[in-house]
Design a protein around this ligand. Structure first.
Ligand code: ANZ
Ligand code: ZN
Length: 801
């Protein structure tokens, strides 16, 4: 046999595929769109952790080719953003240049995977022909009232010197650099993603996504039902509106708290409390919202005023405290210490009465040590006493509404998306500010609005982007009235391009439209999206929002971008996520050189269940390399023997098809690999006992292996006498009948003692099974048979006296 030489065959088949692509669009095949989350072209290149997702998506794509689909399997670059810009600042290399170099480099590395990407579809978010459409979508959103400007305190990263979206703040720190996030008052461009909150929530039902990701999105959207209730302020004409999700606790409200930023906070303060209130307001404005929520020790200040409970007219003190957030609900709450943990802490600290209004079985607990947050029976609640609290919760908002002192509401945690960044390397926001006309969009036919070249990328730190310094760019004329005007100098966040790039691939060179109707209809949406779980709320939520908007304005005829989602786990080494900064990166280059692309592909899958994080161990690749060699030799040794298929060979073949297919369909890719190894062993057993293996079984194994180790499969397929690529074949089908064990061995017993064994049909009927068993022990059936027992597939027991 010719020994397996990975270098030779991988070179040979790569060249062959280039000349004769295996994924052809003949216009008749159905399409299947398998998408990878496109990478950021960083300077550090690919490690074996990056390979994992690309191998998974390539295996899946090649499987679908064998299932008869034309695959849309594109690749591109998410290339705007801070790393390239920071590199520019440090090294003085223009981001355009470093990005282009990185792209070329990573592309070369990706080609080592032998994944069948269609490079004709390639996109790059920093290409003006691409970001023209990113800007165009923004203009469309502006015209639809979904992009607006707002002066507000935003999350500010002092190290990146830019504003951040809520989604980019993780536990109070910048998602990118880890610096503690502070607040800064800036005029921001906002996208009204909240207008889509209900659709983003409800349509999760349509998606074949991991439940975990759907739950993260629905928690992020955070829809809750409740009531707004008006409290009059005693001795003034003011009213304070509170938002509550627990209207059933209204009788237990013993105080009220306003956020320090609440419009009435300073105004309400009684003269003797004014100084203290103002000092408190100033102090809390320095804290970030996350710190405010996480502070263990509650702080607060009494305003000197009282509010009147609209149901029972009780007078309750009004406090200011920063555990109430200004931008949630109404920024004011009624406080029920008996039934809310935070209110309980606050009341205990400041000696405010605690009145229980819900009790388990209606029995009041005289010595409440902590808030009782469960449902129960209403007590101390006047007309509602004795009612179930869940019923009261449902009924009270309606009662308040009918009396004109409140209304039913829904509330969302989702906020509008802070869309401007005060940095250079991003899409310029296509807006012109005119003294007469206000904010005016750049006319659509003038897009793209090019990002000007600059020499200084340094963020100004003042909240203005470096673009503000380029006077010849900033100063322009108003597209509406022609008066001198100024360009918007903020750029878009990195998420802008990635929110819609998947639509562009299928028509990436279209100069007239974002995507043509015809191509959109033919090739979209994405059937399978593969990428890391870290994108559960940011990218995956933004993409859904963009798609719904583009659906609304008639660009695409679907409203969910990704029908199915698969999240691969990360690869770690020495207990840490693989990363350059941790110094635990394993480069694929040496492994490819020593073992070949096929072995590395297989090993990427073998390291563990693809949806879980897995530890990398270099030594493990030996095992898959040995498997490939053994299988290779087996095919060579048996291909020309002309063995006729025996029952056992046929059965093994069908079982193998069944096992591999069902494991592959359920994405259990590591067990697919171990399955191949088991069947390889089984083949060796058969060859030992029967002298060889039939050609159809060999061919079937090669086709099943083709998505995983395509170079080896092509070579062996040729060795088996074929002239066309193995990817011209169709994925084999199994026949359940043929998988069945035809004959099985059962024990024949007399009084529980085994006397002999007989072969019977696997689905033998009871009568004939017993008859066959009795025949085999006829000479021993000398006594009186009192019972005949048949345990299907196992034993026949004859009980005699
Ligand atoms: C009275 C009450 C009694 C409450 C009780 C809870 C339990 P979710 O579910 O997260 O929407 N709240 C309202 N606005 C707030 C704000 N701006 N900052 C901090 N807390 C605020 O939470 C809604 C509940 O959180 C509301 O219901 C309110 O407290 C509080 F036994 O009202 B509740
Ligand atoms: Zn104007």
């Amino acid at each position: 046999a010719t020994p397996y030489n990975h270098k030779e065959i991988e070179k040979k088949w790569r060249k062959n595929w280039e000349a004769n692509p295996v994924n052809v669009n003949d216009g008749k095949k159905p399409k299947y769109y398998c998408l990878d989350m496109f990478p950021y072209p960083s300077g550090s290149g690919l490690h074996v952790g990056h390979w994992r997702g690309y191998v998974i998506s390539d295996v899946w794509s090649r499987y679908k080719i064998l299932k008869g689909f034309y695959i849309i399997h594109p690749m591109g670059w998410d290339a705007f953003g801070l790393p390239a810009e920071n590199y520019a600042i440090k090294m003085g290399v223009h981001p355009k240049k470093s990005t282009a170099e990185n792209v070329a480099n990573i592309k070369k590395q990706i080609n080592e995977i032998s994944a069948i990407y269609d490079w004709d579809m390639e996109v790059n978010t920093t290409d003006p022909e691409f970001y023209k459409w990113t800007q165009w979508i923004f203009v469309k959103m502006f015209k639809a009232g979904l992009a607006y400007e707002k002066e507000m305190p935003i999350n500010w990263c002092p190290s990146c010197k830019t504003g951040l979206a809520n989604e980019e703040v993780v536990n109070g720190s910048c998602e990118r650099c880890g610096e503690t996030v502070t607040k800064k008052n800036l005029k921001q461009w906002m996208l009204k993603i909240t207008a889509y909150a209900d659709r983003l929530l409800n349509d999760l039902d349509k998606l074949d996504w991991p439940e975990k990701v759907k739950k993260m999105q629905s928690d992020w959207i955070g829809k809750s039902y409740g009531a707004e209730i008006d409290f009059e302020v005693d001795g003034t004409d003011e009213k304070v509106k509170v938002y509550t999700t627990r209207p059933d606790t209204l009788y237990g409200a013993t105080f009220m708290v306003l956020a320090p930023e609440h419009a009435l906070a300073a105004k309400l303060a009684a003269p003797e409390q004014k100084a203290e209130v103002e000092e408190y307001i100033t102090k809390s404005s320095m804290k970030s919202s996350v710190d405010r929520l996480q502070d263990k020790e509650k702080t607060g200040v009494f305003t000197g005023r009282y509010a009147i409970n609209p149901l029972n007219q009780a007078k309750v003190p009004i406090w200011i405290s920063d555990y109430v957030l200004a931008d949630y609900g109404t920024g004011a709450i009624m406080c029920v210490p008996a039934h809310d943990d935070r209110d309980f802490d606050f009341a205990t600290k400041f000696n405010i009465p605690i009145i229980q209004v819900i009790a388990k079985d209606g029995v009041e607990n005289r010595d409440l040590r902590e808030a009782y947050t469960e449902p129960g029976v209403m007590i101390n609640s006047g007309e509602f006493n004795g009612m179930k609290s869940d019923d009261a919760k449902r009924d009270i908002p309606g009662i308040l509404e009918s009396r004109g002192i409140g209304k039913k509401t829904t509330n969302y945690k989702l906020r509008d998306w802070v869309f401007s960044r005060q940095r250079y390397w991003g899409e310029p926001i296509p807006i012109v500010h005119c003294d007469h006309c206000g904010a005016v969009p750049v006319p659509e036919e003038e897009l793209p609005l090019l990002l000007p070249e600059v020499d200084h990328y340094q963020p100004t730190g003042t909240g203005e982007s470096p673009l503000a310094d380029i006077h010849e760019w900033v100063n322009t004329t108003c597209p509406v009235c022609g008066a001198p005007a100024k360009r918007e100098t903020n750029t878009m966040p990195q998420w802008a391009g990635s929110s819609w790039y998947f639509l562009r691939y299928v028509d990436s060179k279209n100069k007239e439209e974002l995507v043509s109707k015809e191509k959109a209809e033919k090739y979209l949406p994405v059937d399978m999206y593969i990428g890391g779980v870290e994108h559960a709320v940011l990218h995956l939520l933004y993409s859904r929002f963009y798609t719904k908007f583009l659906n609304d304005i008639g660009i695409v005829d679907f409203d969910e971008p990704f029908t199915k989602l698969f999240n691969q786990g990360m690869i770690g080494k020495n207990g840490a996520k693989m990363s350059k900064s941790k110094g635990n990166v394993v480069s694929p280059d040496d492994l490819v050189r020593d073992y070949g692309c096929d072995s590395l592909r297989l090993y990427e899958l073998f390291v563990g269940p693809p949806e879980l994080d897995s530890e990398w161990d270099d030594r493990g690749i030996d095992g898959v390399y040995r498997f490939i060699n053994r299988f290779w030799n087996l095919v060579y040794d048996n291909k020309d023997k002309g063995i006729k298929a025996t029952d056992e060979m046929i059965k093994t073949r069908h079982k193998m098809i069944y096992d591999i297919t069902s494991r592959l369909e359920s994405f259990s890719l590591n067990t697919v690999v171990s399955g191949f190894m088991e069947y390889n062993n089984k083949f060796h057993d058969i060859i030992k006992s029967q002298g060889g293996l039939d050609k159809e079984t060999l061919e079937t194994a090669v086709i099943l292996l083709a998505p995983f180790i395509p170079h080896v499969a092509e070579e062996l397929w040729m060795q088996l006498g074929h002239t066309e690529s193995v990817f011209q074949e169709t994925w084999p089908e199994y026949d359940e009948e043929k998988m069945k064990e035809s004959e099985i061995e059962i024990a024949v017993q007399i009084n529980g003692k085994t006397k002999t064994v007989v072969m019977i049909n696997a689905d033998e009927a009871k009568d004939t099974a017993i008859a066959k068993a009795k025949e085999a022990i006829a000479d021993k059936l000398t006594g009186n048979v009192i019972k005949e027992i048949y345990v299907p597939g196992k034993i026949v027991n004859i009980v005699m006296k």
